[in-house]
Design a protein around this ligand. Structure first.
Ligand code: NDP
Length: 250
């Protein structure tokens, strides 16, 4: 399937997990892919090698999605390499570390909101400068099923950022649809990625929580990437402002 032929797709946090799977799948479908990363340069290299090894077109770029100047430089580089941006996948994110609500520090709260919420603002603003004059574009925000579960006891900071992302998806979709730009979201449940070990090291978090999934297994990153690619493609053009839950029933 080459339904993304020639489209320029910028994916934040593509050095790992869901972002990497999305980058590879978009490239397999013919897109020119921008592989953003922050600290994991080796991961970005592996994503690029996987894509180029299959004949795909991509390049990687380091940018901290919480920093406006770095985000703007990333979009400028994308334009100088590929001429435009057709699609943004706001995927970079994480829980930073587990904490109960009572013990939550101001620093952890602010850092989590910068990574998961401010990043969506900054990256979307930067690509909208290109999309608005062209009157076309797609943005997919990666949320989490945690937004409706709440994260009691370990991750209210993280879960609530994804609630904010869901609200941004609705608001952004309504603000930009008149300019030809379509915004949707995906809310994964438990996914087999490094996310869990970063969030809660030495805890086997994924194994511990997988029993709460009605399907009794975590998703692969590819299973999430397939839904993101569906929202990125023209097949989904009449879907607007939705966040599709992909959680095995959780
Ligand atoms: P990973 O930890 O595998 O990937 C996270 C990605 O985000 C990495 O590529 C990382 O880049 C990037 N990233 C982190 N901080 C920054 C930053 N400041 N600037 C740029 N990039 C950054 O996790 P997942 O693939 O699982 O997570 C992807 C998205 O999916 C996140 O938004 C997460 O909240 C969401 N999600 C994940 C679930 C899961 O069970 N795994 C469930 C629900 C939602 P680098 O390593 O180079 O710094």
């Amino acid at each position: 399937m080459e339904d993304l032929q020639g489209k320029v797709v910028l994916i934040t946090g593509a050095s790992s997990g869901i972002g990497r799977a999305t980058a590879e799948l978009c490239a397999d479908r013919g897109a020119k892919v921008v592989v953003n990363y922050h600290s994991n340069e080796q991961g970005a290299i592996e994503t690029v090698q996987a894509i180029q090894g299959r004949g795909g077109d991509c390049f990687s770029i380091r940018a901290d999605v919480t920093k406006k100047d770095q985000v703007e430089a990333m979009v400028q580089r994308t334009i100088s390499m590929y001429g435009t941006v057709d699609v943004l996948v706001n995927n970079a994110g994480g829980g930073i570390k587990q904490s109960t609500f009572v013990d939550m520090t101001e620093e952890l709260w602010d850092e989590t909101y910068a990574l998961n919420v401010k990043s969506v603002l900054l990256c979307s603003q930067a690509v909208l400068k290109v999309m608005l004059p062209r009157k076309s574009g797609k943005i997919v925000n990666v949320s989490s099923a945690a937004a409706r579960i709440g994260g009691a006891g370990e991750s209210i900071h993280y879960a609530s950022t994804k609630g904010a992302v869901n609200t941004m998806t609705i608001g952004m979709s309504r603000e930009f649809v008149k300019h030809g730009i379509i915004v949707n979201g995906v809310a994964p449940g438990m996914v087999e990625t490094p996310f869990h070990d970063k969030f809660s090291p030495n805890d086997n978090r994924l194994e511990r929580l997988v029993d709460s999934v009605p399907m009794k297994r975590a998703a692969t990153a590819l299973e999430i990437a397939q839904v993101i690619c569906f929202l990125v493609s023209d097949t989904s053009n009449y879907i607007l402002g939705e966040t599709i839950t992909v959680s095995g029933g959780r």
